[in-house]
Design a protein around this ligand. Structure first.
Ligand code: GP9
Length: 414
């Protein structure tokens, strides 16, 4: 008996149908190109080191797009593939298991299926083997018409897992060109790969001249690989412009999950990151990913949006712009409309951890102490969180309810 209204009310909003939201359908009938960048975290956006921008192409794009600064990853143990699932369903991933292990034979209500109703051709592109993360089961479950995998991209210019982003975008552009010729409009989910851990790049792809203390560190390698990912993306964007596709499309970008975490992150990295950021590298920095949406020609849709959001909110936000009201349940919401948000987290922090507009509450388990971060200052809030009646009790119960509804809905689709 869950309704969209109940979901929104639990987050503290009074629900209105999407067709009544501002900007509904402003990008109706445009192509949709969504780029998921491997390991891209928000803290590098707009930043420089020794006068060199880490992501100059993304930074330039921010002048003509909406930059959602306060968006967080919500993946479970399915990592990159959970990010794909979140983007295309606006449902919570399962957490302890990769969601893609559970979707075989399912027909999920999804972005490709909703766009199919509007005569879009829906494709997904990634240079790795399609069997990795069971994507050969995920993509039919999501209703994509076609996928492009390692068989299409080959092994040219391999870095780490597969061909470089430069080659990947070049080949993808060729495919997109053909799709554009054949179909009225399309949705392409484009998943980069080069900036994957451990971020070791060949010398010809290390474009930053880093200070000596960064050389050979995880942090230094990360900055180099993200800089390369941005360079390859810039070439892709230029290609889209040269072919006249840019103005006919909505272009979105987000990071799938953090790159700097876990055992590879040494004390020296914490020091370098604190120096780079001017503050302690915290869980907020780790989970904060960029979400950027461009609707070329719509000057009103530019600038910074600081509504708190997550990967679960990306699909509804884009559907609003495209003028598509979902007919099935979704657990995120249109970030341009609602001000309140309550975002569940699982797996990377204990279940029942959550983010809302002011707070990142991390529940306690054997690995984590309970702690609370102030979203504005990135500082820990000293509170009575060990008291069972602490100030965040209600939100924790609400988040467990949302996760339970999402899981039950997912099961009901079998
Ligand atoms: C694998 C690639 C990376 O195909 O998408 O996945 P990850 O290890 O980041 O989950």
């Amino acid at each position: 008996n869950v309704t969209q209204q109940k979901i929104e009310e639990l987050k503290g909003n009074s629900y209105t149908p999407m067709s009544e939201h501002d900007y509904f359908g402003v990008a109706e009938d445009r192509n949709l190109i969504v780029v998921q960048i491997e390991s891209l975290q928000d803290f590098v956006i707009g930043e420089s080191i020794d006068g060199q921008e880490i992501t100059p192409n993304i930074n330039e794009w921010l002048n003509d797009s909406m930059y959602f600064t306060d968006v967080y990853q919500q993946i479970g143990s399915g990592n990159t593939s959970d990010a794909e699932f979140l983007m295309n369903t606006s449902l919570y991933p399962l957490g302890k298991k990769a969601t893609t292990d559970q979707v075989g034979g399912m027909e999920l209500p999804s972005l490709p299926r909703m766009l199919d109703e509007k005569s879009y051709h829906n494709v997904t592109m990634h240079a790795d083997e399609v069997e990795y993360w069971n994507r050969d089961e995920l993509y039919p479950a999501l209703g994509f018409d076609d996928y492009y995998d390692d068989k299409f991209y080959g092994e040219k210019d391999t870095v780490g897992f597969g061909p470089s982003d430069g080659w990947f975008y070049h080949r993808s552009m060729g495919a997109i060109d053909e799709i554009d010729e054949e179909y009225d409009k399309f949705y392409a989910h484009v998943l980069s790969l080069t900036s994957h851990t451990p971020f070791e790049m060949p010398a010809d792809k290390e474009g930053l001249d880093l200070p000596a203390e960064y050389e050979g560190t995880l942090t230094g390698n990360y900055l180099q690989s993200v800089h390369y990912a941005d360079q390859a993306l810039g070439e892709f964007f230029q290609d889209l412009k040269d072919r006249g596709l840019w103005e006919e499309s909505v272009i979105a970008l987000y990071g799938d999950h953090s790159g700097l975490h876990g055992k590879l992150l040494k004390d020296e990295d914490q020091d370098l990151l604190a120096d780079f950021l001017g503050e302690r590298y915290s869980l907020l920095n780790r989970f904060n990913i960029p979400f950027i949406v461009g609707v070329p020609g719509e000057e009103e849709l530019t600038g910074t949006v600081d509504h708190t959001g997550g990967q679960i909110d990306m699909m509804p936000t884009l559907l609003n712009l495209l003028g598509v009201e979902p007919e099935s349940l979704y657990f995120g919401h249109n970030l341009l409309h609602y001000e309140n948000n309550l975002l569940g987290m699982r797996y990377y922090v204990p279940t029942s951890s959550f983010l809302n507009n002011g707070t990142f509450y991390i529940a306690q388990n054997s690995r984590f102490d309970a702690r609370i971060l102030n979203m504005q200052t990135n500082e820990r809030i000293e509170d009575t969180y060990k008291d069972p009646n602490h100030a965040f009790k209600e939100e924790r119960e609400d988040i467990l309810q949302l996760l339970q509804w999402s899981d039950a809905y997912f099961e009901s689709l079998r």
